[in-house]
Design a binder for this molecule. Structure first.
Ligand SMILES: Cc1cc2nc3c(=O)[nH]c(=O)nc-3n(C[C@H](O)[C@H](O)[C@H](O)COP(=O)(O)O)c2cc1C
Length: 188
């Protein structure tokens, strides 16, 4: 069974990011996947400390709550990272997770280890109607490449208030359809 991992990168619980992620995971579940949601704000972890403890590709030596997420990432056939746009980038919670992907970077690019092919998606939401998401999507794309994942992205501008995305049925349907597509689309 396809395992889809959803990662919620907003500290605002029940906000636009999480609502969109929930819709995507619902779509994936409808398509027959096992899904799991991780809310980064529930976890206590630091960014990468550049300690080089992962040089041998074995593990990240920082002993914090991200240890449980590494296992889920490794297991995942598809990963959906959802984040609000903060100062034209990802939330710091999402960016710190990405930086902790240095373990995967070492494995792939320094040690030349082949990972399993995955599907990847990024959902980003911002307040500005004409928001430019390029600088937010870029690190997420590099992270997904490191995880041997491709990337589909959905971006939504014009949503500032908590839950305002609920007024846009099309946006939620787009997210649901992205989730379904991650399960139905075979990239192997
Ligand atoms: C610290 C901070 C920085 C933000 N920076 C931007 C920004 O650069 N561009 C933008 O369009 N919206 C920005 N926003 C607005 C949020 O992206 C927007 O309200 C979004 O819907 C929040 O998603 P959430 O409900 O999942 O938390 C910012 C909000 C916060 C709290």
């Amino acid at each position: 069974m396809t395992f889809v991992l959803g990662i919620a990168g907003s500290p605002r619980r029940g906000g636009n990011t999480e609502l969109l992620l929930d819709a995507a995971l619902e779509g994936a579940r409808e398509a027959g996947a096992e899904v799991r949601k991780v809310v980064l704000d529930d976890l206590s972890y630091s960014g990468c400390t550049s300690c080089e403890g992962c040089q041998d590709g074995q593990r990240c030596v920082l002993d914090d709550d991200l240890q449980q997420v590494y296992g889920l990432i490794e297991r995942a056939d598809a990963i959906v990272l959802a984040s609000p746009m903060y100062f034209e980038g990802l939330s710091s919670q999402a960016k710190a997770l990405i930086d902790r992907g240095q373990l995967f970077w070492r494995r792939k690019y320094t040690l030349g280890l082949e990972g399993k092919k995955r599907r990847g998606a990024v959902i980003a939401v911002g307040a500005r109607r004409n928001a430019d998401f390029a600088s937010a999507l870029r690190p997420a794309k590099i992270w997904l490449l490191t995880l041997d994942a491709d990337m589909t992205s959905l971006t939504f501008g014009g949503f500032e208030e908590k839950g305002s995305i609920l007024d846009d049925a099309d946006a939620l349907e787009e997210a649901r359809s992205l989730g379904r597509g991650l399960v139905e689309r075979n990239i192997h």
